[in-house]
Design a protein around this ligand. Sequence first.
Ligand code: CU1
Ligand code: CU1
Length: 272
Amino acid sequence: MAERKNQADLSSAEKRDFVDAILELKQQGRYDEFVTTHNAFITSDTDDADRTAHRCPSFLPWHRRFLLQFEQALQSINSSVTLPYWDWTADQTPASSLWADDFLGGDGRTEDGQVTSGPFAFADGRWPMNVRVDGRTFLRRSLGTDVSDLPSRDEVDTVLAMSTYDAPPWNSGSESFRNYIEGWQGPNLHNRVHVWVGGQMLSGASPNDPVFWLHHCFIDKLWADWQVKHPSSGYEPVTAPPGVVGLHDTMKPWNDVTPQDMLDSTKFYTYV
Ligand code: CU1
Ligand code: CU1
């Protein structure tokens, strides 16, 4: 069984293998397909019409499937690689080993946000922004600039205590675990982390920053933790109104995956 680990616990060799597999996917043109897919959903997901990946109940199963597909792509390069997670309640500063040169590289420079260190630095030549929302061709970050603090463990625990998975109107206005972890209401967990990193993480093309995968891997772990904590709370809605994905409805862009198929993460991996 594949084990997904805390990034802070990875060995140097594990970090190198993860980074190398990402760079190889990029080289093959396969990495950018994930950026394109994600950006298309950010563009089409809206509060009052069709929504599949964001602002809706299927936010969690959609990203679980999206991460699994990315992890399988990495494993096609190196079968020992699994996605690590970034526990941003513990590793809260730009001094974290997450942002070191042997892993994701550091903050962007002041004048234009360009990341200039580590494997994804523009000058290194291996990380061009091919799928982008503006003319800038380099990876950007501005850690802790637009919002100063990452979510705390107490804030996470408050959200994990919510027992209702989701509720009408099934969008960014819902009072529910899904909407609070996504961040449109309550202490703002998931969305705030995108804003804290800044740069491409603020856009639909957020997977251009490899930290996207580590952030979403932690969101996925928190969902798994919530599932253990609330065994009698299931995915909602079972039968959905138009525009919303119900428990047994297929999730675009796949034609054979439903939220139900994604509920049991232990079929695929475990968190350690
Ligand atoms: Cu997303
Ligand atoms: Cu996200």
